[in-house]
Design a protein around this ligand. Structure first.
Ligand code: GDP
Ligand code: CA
Length: 308
């Protein structure tokens, strides 16, 4: 079986572990959001690609959900001591090596797709990881503080301000056509099923859906999504702030309706049983990724709903 998943960071990565546990023989391709990517200290940083790579490769800090296990923070502390204005960004010492190596390879002329492949030679995630695009694209958030409007990089809004500044709009900024990375459309075309993990519907999945050709490619496929919203709030994180910014209510039903005719099936938690999405088969199953068995059960339910 060929499975394609579109994924952000923590929610996506955890769910993919469940997919691998449920279907170890399946061929899994993960198209990863790169709208969170940023350049700090000259280093290219790809938070969602790294979260998926570390999680599936066994290098993630499982408590935190992002970054390396056995991490230390000396470089970050030293940067703060210099008064670096970006010292709020979580750069662990081990993690820094990934960004150094990625940047070294990119300066040597490799694309992000090629670099990701090189980094995965070490981590062996057991899946093909593809950035959504090799074209640089960054999610920016426009906030309005007392009538004064200001745009900032998504990371500044999300991490430095903990999404507490009301967002007027969320925009994916790119100077070149947002072409899909090599292999993205091909993987979707060959897939038996496409899964939308319980990732952020706006700044993870919503970003990938803006890549040229992705929406169209999905139309021909069996697509099943899982709600990241349970009982009216995100299971973790601040996805509600993103949904509010695009005028979508924070509920499993509203997110399903927002995806709309992209979906064939929509899985909601049992707390949201009764959710209705016109034209989409909705099923209610437990959606808390409490451990690998529970997560694998979610993956089975999604594949079952897809008819795979
Ligand atoms: P990020 O890039 O690290 O923010 O990660 P994603 O975009 O992949 O996923 C974030 C989403 O995962 C959040 O909106 C959470 O609500 C959702 N999430 C996290 N843990 C769980 C869980 O156990 N169950 C469900 N249904 N969603 C979860
Ligand atoms: Ca992310």
């Amino acid at each position: 079986m060929r499975i394609v998943a579109l994924a952000g960071g923590i929610g996506g990565a955890r769910f993919l572990q469940g997919v691998q546990h449920a279907e170890p023989a399946a061929h899994l391709t993960v198209v990863v959001n790169t709208g969170d990517d940023t350049t700090l200290y000259g280093l290219r940083i790809c938070p969602d690609l790294d979260t998926v790579m570390y999680t599936l490769g066994g290098g993630i800090d499982t408590e935190r959900g992002w970054g390396r296990q056995d991490e230390s923070w000396q470089a970050k502390e030293e940067l703060a001591a210099y008064g670096s204005p970006t010292a709020w960004f979580g750069l662990g010492d081990r993690d820094l090596a990934t960004h150094l190596r990625r940047t070294q390879l990119m300066l040597g002329g490799k694309t992000l797709t090629e670099v990701t492949q090189v980094l995965c030679e070490r981590w062996q995630p057991g899946a093909t990881l593809l950035p959504m695009s090799d074209v640089q694209a960054e999610t920016h958030v426009t906030v309005n503080e007392g009538g004064s409007r200001r745009a900032m990089h998504f990371q500044e809004w999300w991490i430095k301000h903990r999404a507490s500044l009301p967002a007027e709009s969320i925009t994916l900024v790119h100077h070149n056509d947002l072409l899909p990375a090599p292999g993205v459309l091909e993987a979707i075309e060959r897939a038996d099923v496409v899964l939308l993990p319980p990732s952020n519907p706006v700044v993870s999945i919503g970003t990938i859906l803006q890549v040229e050709g992705v929406r169209e490619a999905l139309k021909a496929k069996r697509v099943v999504g899982l709600s990241p919203i349970i009982g009216g709030s995100p299971v973790r994180g601040m996805a509600d702030a993103c949904l509010t910014a695009i005028g979508v209510e924070t509920s499993a039903e509203a997110v399903g309706r927002h995806y709309g005719d992209l979906l064939d099936g929509w899985l909601v938690d049992t707390a949201d049983a009764g959710a209705v999405v016109p034209g989409v088969e909705v099923r209610a199953v437990p959606l808390y990724m409490t451990d690998i068995e529970a997560t694998a059960e979610m993956a089975r339910a999604a594949l079952d709903l897809a008819g795979a």
